[in-house]
Design a protein around this ligand. Structure first.
Ligand SMILES: NC(=O)c1ccc[n+]([C@@H]2O[C@H](COP(=O)([O-])OP(=O)(O)OC[C@H]3O[C@@H](n4cnc5c(N)ncnc54)[C@H](OP(=O)(O)O)[C@@H]3O)[C@@H](O)[C@H]2O)c1
Length: 250
């Protein structure tokens, strides 16, 4: 059985991946949808033409991840597309965000993404694609978004290295690095501090992110930066000293 597996499928970009892929990719027998909110996953599953399996689970819960690993090994599907979209971030200074929230952010963005990618590896084969949701925040350290930017730098570096390791097997890994995207992400992100105006003005739609991501993955790109302004930002971060950006980010 050929499947597409999406984490963070109950909302925003993960949900948009499921909606975009639905019926578009021949050879996908089932879409597996993962997030904590069962009702949101059920209503998405009911709206799709492709048969879905839903897994209402907390990706930061080791026991739940262990159970999912067992399900994978029993079902032994061929994973054609894996999308790791579950993630969160808190805006604010490091001393204003409670330590447990910072650790939870690392646990979801870094540990859970690494675990899910690793347990899926045996089920990926020639032509399989992995799409990792990183962020433009991975391009440089970000005061007032410090932990988030650091977790996304991890996602980018980890995924670029893994892409080289699995290239010979015909597996394509693409890290997607959008700037601000118009999703419920900011409802939680703004729990301790408001977004700067620039993060509001430059928001793009999740559908645009998904289209760019699929195109980049089809072209076997390792990194995808949706939108012209973020492409320019990526180039600037590569060639200019990061210290130049700090006063603006602060
Ligand atoms: N929005 C942006 O501006 C932006 C920009 C660049 C990159 N990104 C990245 O894109 C990805 C998707 O973000 P989004 O904008 O779509 O945010 P979103 O709308 O808030 O979606 C986040 C998803 O993650 C799931 N999730 C959160 N905690 C979870 C947990 N412990 N276990 C399982 N699932 C969990 C949520 O579902 P439940 O609540 O149901 O669990 C939801 O489906 C994230 O990795 C984010 O960092 C976002």
């Amino acid at each position: 059985m050929n499947i597409m597996l999406i984490t963070g499928a109950s909302s925003g970009i993960g949900k948009a991946f499921a909606q975009y892929a639905d019926g578009r990719y021949r050879g996908i027998d089932e879409i597996w949808l993962i997030a904590r909110r069962k009702d949101a996953l059920e209503s998405l599953a009911n709206s799709l033409k492709t048969p879905c399996k839903i897994f209402a689970m907390d990706l930061t819960d080791a026991a739940a991840m262990g159970r999912f690993r067992e399900i994978l090994s029993i079902a032994s599907p061929r994973i054609r597309i894996l999308v790791n979209a579950a993630g969160l971030g808190y805006l604010g200074t490091c001393d204003s965000i409670p330590l447990e929230d910072q650790c939870h952010e690392i646990s979801l963005n870094v540990t859970a993404l690494t675990e899910m990618t690793t347990i899926c590896l045996p089920f990926l084969g020639k032509g399989s694609r992995v799409i990792q949701m990183a962020s433009a925040a991975s391009f440089l350290p970000q005061p007032l978004f410090a932990v988030y930017a650091a977790t996304k730098a991890y996602v980018l570096f980890y995924s670029k290295a893994l892409a080289e390791e699995v290239r010979k097997k015909g597996i394509i890994i693409t890290s997607v690095c959008p700037g601000p995207v118009d999703t419920p992400f900011f409802d939680l992100a703004e729990k301790y501090a408001a977004s700067r105006l620039i993060k509001v003005l430059f928001r793009i739609s999740p559908e645009k992110v998904v289209k760019c991501a699929f195109l980049a993955s089809k072209r076997q790109k390792t990194v995808c930066v949706p939108g012209v302004s973020m492409k320019l930002f990526a180039v600037a971060c590569k060639f200019l000293p990061h210290g130049l950006f700090m006063p603006f980010l602060r």
